[in-house]
Design a protein around this ligand. Structure first.
Ligand code: NZQ
Ligand code: ZN
Length: 382
């Protein structure tokens, strides 16, 4: 095992009725001003907004709203939220949504307390913010990213055409009520769950090949994710499967699987840049890219692929594992080609060249890719 220090700052309140049961107590320890942040309005249609507002009012909070956080949140939206947080002197930012709302708010909390531009500080100067952020709480309405239990945030700088990982405020608490996800569109449920599967696979395929308890836990998370996704294919409203997926989502990205090992995450790097250029859905982008990426690296980690194939899909051989993953993606009805993804621009070979050339090449996977190979992978997905 690699050396490690493990510490976690997020208190998790899980289950039906978690907000009513736990939020009042948590709020009693916070100051009076709350910035209530959400996305395009789903929380106003499914009752979550009313329920939370009632709890906030009963706790005597002054609520300012930060609405309209889009999927793949932009740097401009972060600045809007930071200004609102300053104006209302927020003591707490309550992020209600999926990964996009939570990520946006992580950086809002850090940006609101400094005049220094955090994009420049983190992405150009590679420094961490020095001022403690405004406390953040997350109420998850769409699971999959695991954003509720980590300090990473993925933000799109539209001007620079970079979708980059930033580090700021991990939520102090997270409310995980599977009921809150029940009105999520079917495709988003499955895309989010595939993102969880991807996180566990990307962690497992890190360069370190030594036997590691984290790998065994990762394989269990992958297996559980696949089993519960298959349950949802039969009944998308299965509450137990939704609950299990909500927790595997957090498990895959709360650091537990990364303990004592290095991680891969090259497929995420490619997908993030694809997102920067096209605004595609994150989980769906990963579904298209993963089989193609794995066909490129399967010969560099045959034993690990074979083990994954056996444990997760009950198939033999390293190529069998990649084939089983590709078949599972089809079984779920997730996209398998770039042309099936949402895109704000036409996806041409020229565009893919730009995506490839701007992709971060990480040294931690079974083999480090080149920009040309990333381009090949992308073209194979056309
Ligand atoms: O905006 P609203 O109206 O709320 O609609 C959202 C959005 O359209 C909808 N939705 C959410 N909860 C709902 C609901 N619709 C009905 N009922 C509900 N209960 O779902 C849509 C997608 O939401 P979004 O937050 O964009 O999806 P997701 O959770 O997949 O987050 C994706 C973002 O997270 C980043 C991705 O890159 C992407 O930007 N990631 C964050 C990570 C992290 N911080 O650890 C790791 C991931 O690898 C990922 O990169
Ligand atoms: Zn992801």
């Amino acid at each position: 095992m690699e050396n490690f220090v493990y510490e976690y700052p997020t208190k998790v309140c899980f289950g039906k009725g978690a907000a009513k049961a736990h939020l009042p107590g948590i709020l009693s320890a916070c100051g009076p001003n709350v910035l209530l942040a959400y996305g395009g309005g789903s929380i106003k249609k499914n009752g979550v907004y009313e329920e939370l507002l009632e709890i906030l009012k009963a706790a005597g909070k002054t609520v300012t709203e930060f609405a309209g956080i889009m999927s793949n949140p932009t740097w401009v939206k972060v600045q809007e939220g930071a200004q609102l947080a300053r104006d209302c002197k927020a003591d707490l930012v309550l992020a209600v949504g999926g990964g996009s709302v939570i990520d946006c708010c992580k950086i809002v909390c850090a940006q609101a307390v400094t005049d220094e531009e955090l994009w420049d500080l983190e992405m150009v100067q590679h420094k961490a913010p020095s001022v403690p952020p405004i406390p953040l709480g997350a109420v998850v309405t769409a699971s999959g990213t695991g954003a509720e239990m980590n300090g990473g945030a993925v933000i799109t700088n539209e001007e620079a055409k970079i979708k980059g990982g930033m580090f700021a405020a991990a939520p102090r608490f997270a409310i995980l009520d599977p009921e809150y996800t029940m009105r999520l569109p079917r495709m988003q449920v499955l895309s989010g769950a595939f993102d969880t599967l991807s996180h566990a696979m990307e962690t497992y395929f890190g360069r370190s090949d030594r036997d590691n308890v984290s790998d065994e836990v990762a394989l269990a998370v992958m297996h559980s994710t696949v089993v519960n996704m298959r349950t949802l294919l039969k009944d998308i409203n299965d509450y137990t499967a939704r609950s299990n997926l909500m927790w595997t989502s957090a498990m895959a990205e709360n650091g537990i699987l990364k303990v004592g090992r290095v991680t891969d995450f090259e497929c995420h790097q490619i997908e993030h840049q694809l997102g920067a250029y096209t605004d595609c859905n994150h989980g769906q982008g990963l579904a298209v890219l993963h089989p193609a990426y794995y066909r490129h690296i399967v010969k560099d980690a045959p034993e690990k692929f074979t083990k994954l194939g056996k444990v997760v899909f009950d198939v033999d051989g390293s190529d069998g594992a990649v084939d089983a993953l590709a078949a599972f993606i089809q079984e779920c009805g997730l996209p398998t080609r770039l042309s099936q993804l949402r895109s704000k621009v036409e996806v041409t070979p020229e565009l893919l060249r730009q995506v490839a050339d701007s992709t971060n090449l990480l040294p931690n996977g079974p083999r480090q890719l080149t920009h040309d190979e990333v381009y090949e992978i992308l073209k194979e997905c056309l």
